[in-house]
Design a protein around this ligand. Structure first.
Ligand code: C2O
Ligand code: CU
Length: 489
């Protein structure tokens, strides 16, 4: 691995490292060449959690969060945190209808939780800051994956105040929920891409600035961004593709604050799904935003010639307040190299024009309209209080939530436990219906969504998913009560 002093845009330099197939000349502009020709993928998928159960439709796994010595920055072994010793953590790969049992052990020297971001599961199992797991303790997370929720999710710690810190130290992992009747052809090669960024000290340890330092104050406002960008913990890995091939990519943004504008220059991408699973129909896009904690499913078509290569890029996107906007925000950053194999083209697979039906929430019978105002670090003018309920609701209610951002930076708004449907943004109707659990509310934008509080009473978090904002109290509590006829809760 190339060692570079911290502070140099490592990614920009590594972007020119060539990975070329047999018989190919390196691109002439390249300053570096790969020591060996890369024939296939260098992108490594995280390990998959091993199912210990023999029972049908049951997934039983062991998951431990603990200190670990590993290289978050390639070539620099450091003190990190890891799930089962790996960063990213192992993938939880399950099917709709599965009963999932996770025997969790907290081997950290501090409290933590695991939040199953986006899953519709009981409140006790949600891993919110209300249910911390103390150092050395164990807890069994047990839940059933609802039907109709196939999609890409992720898990991460969610302790009070320390979420950003624990994720920066290495705690995050993917969840893939599969549909036994998936409408997309099973022959499509599937790739998981977990996008993260981090900032390092010269020794390769994560540089997490103290809150009272100048950098710490910028991070608190802007959200902590890193200058090294990773896919599955790797810098600029390669995905090999054949001309004509269609691949299915599941992409997750686990960055604390970076919002990605993803594109592969020179070709369109087929956007087939979001946070809560597949759309009704595929949508062709040139580029798209992926805010913090959002997920997408993409079909990537092998449009290039055999032997050619291209890159998945993060294009500039101005989410920033003018006062804390980084000087280099207008740089496009390379994330991953797409290498076309020296092989004859394959015939493209036919993608169905209709993927599934997405039930529309009935907004003619809305039980409540909520107004949520996002200002810098505050929700409705207040900081989070673990002992205060901010919104009282009832089971089965359909509600419309209006999220208004009154400041000059974006805030991605996340609701725990329930998928919602965006209705409009600044009054402009959403072009199509989809299930989401986070929506980026841009500077001075107002977004409205409909949500139905199905199945699970209890207390649920809603918050900004910029981790520095969340940790500093930009969060509130929703209490979903049973209807009077079903007793109190
Ligand atoms: Cu990704 Cu409160 O969660
Ligand atoms: Cu925010």
């Amino acid at each position: 691995m190339v060692r570079l002093p911290v502070g140099i845009p490592v990614v920009a330099l590594l972007a020119s490292v060539a990975a070329f197939g047999p018989g190919l000349m390196p691109p002439p502009a390249s300053r570096f060449t790969s020591p060996l020709p890369v024939v296939g993928d260098t992108l490594v998928a995280p390990p998959v959690l091993v199912n210990l159960s023999k029972a049908p439709h049951t997934v039983e796994v062991n998951l431990t969060a603990g200190p670990s010595r590993l290289a978050l920055l390639p070539g620099h072994v450091t003190d990190a945190f890891a799930y089962n010793g790996s960063v990213p953590g192992p993938t939880l790969d399950v099917h709709e209808g599965d009963k999932v049992i996770i025997h969790f052990t907290n081997n950290l020297a501090e409290k933590t939780t695991i939040h199953w971001h986006g899953l519709h599961i009981p409140a006790d199992m949600d891993g919110s800051p209300l249910r911390p797991i103390r150092a050395g303790q164990r807890y069994d997370y047990v839940f059933t994956i609802p039907r109709g929720t196939a999609g890409t999710y992720w898990y991460h710690p969610h302790p009070d105040v320390r979420t950003g810190y624990q994720i920066a130290k290495g705690l995050y992992g993917a969840i893939v929920v599969r549909d036994p009747d998936d409408p997309l052809p099973a022959s499509l090669p599937e790739k998981l891409l977990i996008l993260s960024d981090n900032r390092f000290r010269p020794d390769g340890s994560p540089d997490i600035a103290p809150g009272n330092s100048p950098q710490g104050r910028v991070d608190e406002e802007n959200g902590r961004e890193g200058n090294v960008l990773f896919v599955n913990g790797q810098v600029m890995p390669t995905i090999a593709i054949r001309t004509g091939e269609v691949q299915r990519w599941r992409v997750i943004n686990v960055s604390a604050a970076r919002i990605y504008r993803l594109a592969i220059p020179g070709q369109t991408l087929t956007h087939v799904g979001g946070d809560g699973g597949l759309f009704e129909r595929p949508v062709e896009v040139e580029d798209f935003l992926l805010a913090n904690s959002e997920r997408v499913e993409l079909l990537v078509r092998g449009a290039g010639a055999p032997g050619s290569r291209t890159t998945l890029q993060d294009l500039p996107y101005d989410r920033y307040d003018p006062h804390t906007r980084p000087a280099d925000w207008e740089i496009s950053r390379d994330l991953l190299s797409l290498q076309y194999l020296q092989a004859p083209a394959v015939a493209p697979v036919v993608i169905p024009a209709t993927l599934r039906h997405v039930e529309r929430l009935d907004t003619s019978r809305v039980a409540a309209h909520r107004e949520i105002v996002l200002s810098q670090g505050l929700i409705n003018g207040r900081m989070m209080d673990m002992h205060r309920v901010d919104v009282w609701s009832r089971l089965d209610n359909i509600e419309i939530w209006q999220i208004e951002n009154v400041v000059t930076m974006d805030h991605p708004f996340h609701l725990h436990g329930f998928q919602f449907q965006v209705l409009d943004r600044d009054g402009v109707p959403e072009p199509f219906v989809s299930w989401k659990d986070v929506v980026n509310v841009k500077k001075h934008e107002t977004v409205r969504f409909a949500v139905r509080f199905d199945d699970f009473p209890g207390q649920w978090m809603f918050h900004c998913h910029i981790l520095d904002h969340e940790d500093h109290g930009m969060m509130g509590i929703l209490q979903v009560r049973l209807p009077p006829s079903r007793g109190k809760k």
